[in-house]
Design a protein around this ligand. Structure first.
Ligand code: 5AD
Ligand code: FES
Length: 354
């Protein structure tokens, strides 16, 4: 039994877990209402738009869940040019998106100095905040990009369960992968930091998801992205492989919509001031109103895709990604309409953490 009074910023990991397991509708209504109130009291009604540009789909890593993993030889790899990226930035500014998010696989073909110059150009030519999401790069590179004007960095830690993490996210030979340590370095460098997890990866228990949410709170994250795990049939975790069988467990968290809303709502309650997107993955599993339900249950950010064709469909982290065949203009109109229709307003300015 979960007691209502326990829905607070300081709630214990055990209570977070009990809420993740909750199925009664009256209790869940209370969870949604509380998250929505905390959202309104702390970050108000503005929904901030972050234009997403998927600048490269090259990746050196072999994450067991991801469609961009290095061993997938069959996908066509691309890397956008500086001019292509700058064109997207101007588009974002024209549509009053406050932020440009540049995302890619872990691609060492993205040279540090080259990117620093792209960041400098964006900062000089537009009023945009710049967010990077480029995987596990070196401290020196993070520092160079920060000095060039980058404002924020996104790096999901994916799960706090170390064994599960190492299993699904093998490090490069001779290296270790400690994303929590990297997030701390990024903070020291003055970045706003964002992280997050997938909900329902094979091997994820309710307890570990509750610990993930507690970890968001402990890290005092500025941004938290949470989306459902979506099977990619051409990855070890997506097909019926040894890897998947090895991870199977009875109390696995389902990778469904409801669990994602619970995780978003609880995250809002324990991280009241964070910027929390209603993610594309959520819109993928519920194209009708997944984005809206995310926004009504704690989220305050959306990330319209600005990646031009044909790259957009080649950035296939998981299949059936929402808006894969839409163009940027349509996403702009669609999202603006959805935000206004639920009585929220368009975020003005860059939408940094208050
Ligand atoms: N399903 C859902 N999300 C995924 N990501 C990667 N692969 C998948 C998948 N199969 C998420 C990871 C990564 C982010 C960019 O996309 O959490 O950090
Ligand atoms: Fe792309 Fe709706 S957000 S079409």
């Amino acid at each position: 039994m979960v007691k209502e009074s326990m829905l607070s910023q300081q709630m214990s990991i055990e209570h977070i877990e009990a809420w993740l397991r909750e199925t009664r509708n009256d209790k869940l209504s209370l969870l949604w209402q509380t998250a929505d109130k905390v959202r309104k009291d702390n970050v108000a009604d503005a929904v901030h738009l972050r234009g997403l540009v998927e600048i490269s789909n090259h990746c050196v890593r072999s994450c067991a869940y991801c469609g961009l993993r290095a061993p997938r030889k069959e996908i066509q790899r691309y890397r956008m040019t500086a001019d292509e990226i700058i064109t997207c930035a101007h588009q974002a500014a024209q549509w009053k998106y406050g932020t440009l998010v540049m995302q890619a696989g872990e691609d060492y073909g993205i040279k540090a100095q080259w990117l620093a110059e792209v960041i400098e150009r964006i900062k000089k030519e537009t009023p945009l905040a710049v967010t990077l999401s480029l995987g596990e790069r070196s401290y020196e590179e993070f520092k160079l990009w920060r000095n060039a004007g980058a404002d924020r960095y996104l790096l999901r830690f994916e799960t706090t369960d170390k064994n599960l993490y190492n299993y699904i996210h093998p490090p490069l030979a001779g290296r270790s992968s400690d994303r929590i340590a990297i997030l701390k370095d990024l903070r020291t460098l003055g970045y706003e930091i964002g992280s997050g997890v997938m909900v329902g990866i094979p091997g994820q228990s309710y307890t570990s998801l509750a610990r993930d949410i507690d970890c968001f709170r402990k890290l005092n994250l500025d941004m938290v992205g949470i989306g459902p795990y979506i099977e990619h049939p051409d990855t070890p975790l997506g097909r019926n492989s040894l890897c998947r069988t090895a991870l199977d467990r009875k109390d696995r968290v389902p990778n469904d919509e409801l669990l994602c809303y619970k995780a978003v709502a609880l995250t809002r309650i324990v991280c009241p001031q964070a910027n929390i997107p209603s993610t594309t993955a959520l819109a993928t599993i519920n194209p009708t109103d997944g984005r809206e339900l995310g926004l009504r249950r704690g989220a305050n950010v959306v990330m319209p895709n600005l990646t031009p064709f044909p790259y957009r469909s080649q950035y296939e982290i998981y299949p059936g990604k929402a808006c894969m065949n839409e163009d940027a203009q349509r996403c702009q109109g669609c999202l603006t309409g959805r935000i206004v229709a639920i009585g929220r307003t368009m975020g003005l300015g860059v939408g940094s953490r208050l």
